[in-house]
Design a protein. Structure first.
Lengths: 115, 130
């Protein structure tokens, strides 16, 4: 059994990378692989509540977040040091890690894929 | 060691496909390690489009990949969802979407992400080029 970390770092609004990273996470979970997600850099904008993208902005990825638990994807990490960690206007399902734990995170998985 | 490659970087915007090709050209000389397959995802699937014609004095990356795969019997998979949305379509998909053309280069095969999961489970390392 593999454990995999999907690292989202691309903006959900500038390319398909974030969406296709989430797609891979969902497929892995469907195949009963253990999957965690971590979010950094421009991908953090995925977490803002009250997003209202039009069709031209792409799929409403924020809506996917609440569904992750149904795929048994329960660990969505962000770094505590990121400005967003103290925001109340972000999705409530994230776990904020201190800098040391954040750095350790990447060595705890058999596979780490970045999107 | 059994390993596989995941390539996600566009052949036009990044050097992911170039670097992966260079990596394999060297890595395959080492018979201790066994490559189980290469999986193209995201914009990397664009390399499998049969139609682009690079200038004659530039590398034809698709042909290079095909040649390497043929020599070493490497399966080259690409994600079907990522491909179809980018216009990389094989004959069965072309029929399914009622199109009159198909664009997938020979030597590559469309597969679901489930095939990538199988690669993950049958190897000890996946190397991503992005």
């Amino acid at each position: 059994m593999n454990n995999t970390l999907i690292h989202l770092s691309s903006s959900p609004y500038s390319s398909l990378a974030c969406k296709e990273g989430l797609d891979l996470a969902l497929v892995l979970a469907t195949f009963e692989q253990t999957v965690d997600i971590c979010v950094s850099d421009a991908a953090l904008s995925l977490l803002y509540i009250d997003q209202n993208p039009d069709k031209i902005h792409g799929k409403h990825l924020y809506k996917l977040l609440d569904g992750l638990e149904f795929y048994d994807i329960e660990n969505i990490y962000i770094e505590q040091a990121s400005e967003l960690a103290s925001e109340t206007s972000i999705w409530s399902g994230t776990k904020a890690l201190n800098t040391q734990d954040w750095h350790t995170l990447f060595s705890q998985y058999q596979h780490v894929f970045r999107f | 060691m059994h390993y596989a490659l995941l390539i996600t970087g566009s052949p036009y915007q990044t050097k992911a496909c170039h670097s992966a090709l260079q990596f394999l050209t060297t890595a395959l000389t080492n018979k201790e390690h066994i490559l189980e397959g290469v999986f193209f995802y995201e914009d990397a699937v664009l390399i499998c489009n049969a139609l682009p014609q690079p200038p004659r004095d530039e590398i034809d990356l698709r042909k290079e990949w095909k040649a390497l795969a043929k020599t070493h019997h490497i399966p080259l998979y690409l994600c079907i969802a990522a491909s179809v949305r980018r216009g990389i379509i094989d004959e069965p998909e072309s029929q399914r979407y009622e199109l009159s053309q198909h664009s997938l280069s020979e030597g590559f095969q469309l597969e679901g992400l489930g095939t990538f999961v199988e690669l993950m489970n049958s190897t000890s390392k996946i190397i991503q080029f992005r």
